[in-house]
Write a protein that binds this ligand. Structure first.
Ligand code: IPE
Ligand code: IPE
Ligand code: MG
Length: 245
């Protein structure tokens, strides 16, 4: 990376394409998911190395429960083994790991492994790694609304004061930088109920690569592409060049 200032502060990735990767090789879908975990490790490491402050990975959507039970169970087992295996390495790299999403539907075992890794890494001050599991963008907005309305009920907040700024602290991404770059692998050009509120002004990047084939060089290509874009946030291009506020 030539210019440090072009590294996105926050990258989110829809890690799509594991199933098709396996199918192409006449292998069970779960082998694709296992292979995908290797990509996760590589991408975390590279993001950490180049100074990304927050990486958010979509591991399991609130809609993925609709998949065949064997695949769902296989994915849950894979989360447990991957977390148990990677926890110490994350800690060593000073990465703070947190889960976002509704974890109450997970098994007690998975919930306790998640709690352990979160506790182990809670004092880490390097990159923040958010794993979105049983996550949905609509769910995130609804749970934030519920918490905000509780504030109204106890008189901490007035209805007339409700704004985008007052909702923000209740979202599951409250304390991480704004989402700069949204990547989806696997060739589909949709959001699939990932971070809906947060992508309002993110740059979107779609890769044809299936997730197990996505690697550091493809990540760097996405960042290169992002670096070449002019983010206008509603202004004109000339205003941005002149550095007007
Ligand atoms: C994404 O890969 C991983 C999860 C949803 C857990 P897919 O499993 O959706 O792979 P494709 O889209 O079927 O290839
Ligand atoms: C989105 O991928 C969810 C994850 C990558 C975890 P899907 O494969 O579930 O998305 P759709 O169903 O193709 O929209
Ligand atoms: Mg998919």
């Amino acid at each position: 990376m030539s210019q440090q200032q072009h590294v996105p502060r926050h990258i989110a990735i829809v890690m799509d394409g594991n199933g098709r990767w396996a199918k192409k090789r006449f292998m069970p879908r779960l082998i694709g998911h296992k292979k995908g975990v290797e990509t996760v490790r590589k991408i975390i490491r590279r993001c950490d190395d180049i100074g990304v402050e927050c990486l958010t990975l979509f591991a399991f959507s609130s809609e993925n429960w609709k998949r065949p039970i064997e695949e769902v169970n296989g994915l849950m087992a894979l989360f447990v083994t991957a977390l148990e295996r990677e926890a110490k390495a994350l800690f060593r790299h000073n990465v703070q790991l947190r889960f976002i999403g509704d974890r109450s539907r997970f098994s007690n075992k998975l919930q306790s492994v998640i709690a352990d890794v979160e506790q182990l890494t809670q004092t880490c001050t390097g990159m923040t790694l958010l794993i979105a599991a049983n996550y949905g963008g609509r769910w995130d907005i609804v749970q934030a609304m519920q918490k905000m309305i509780q504030q109204v009920e106890i008189g901490q907040l007035q209805v007339n004061d409700i704004s985008e700024t007052t909702l923000q602290p209740f979202l599951s991404t409250a304390d991480v930088p704004p989402l700069d770059l949204f990547i989806r692998t696997g060739g589909e050009t949709r959001v699939s109920n990932f971070l809906l509120w947060q992508i309002a002004y993110s740059e979107l990047y779609f890769s044809e690569s299936l997730w197990p084939d996505f690697d550091e060089s493809k990540l760097m290509q996405a960042i290169e592409d992002y670096s070449g874009r002019q983010r206008r946030f509603g202004k004109t291009g000339d205003q941005v060049v002149m550095g007007e506020n």
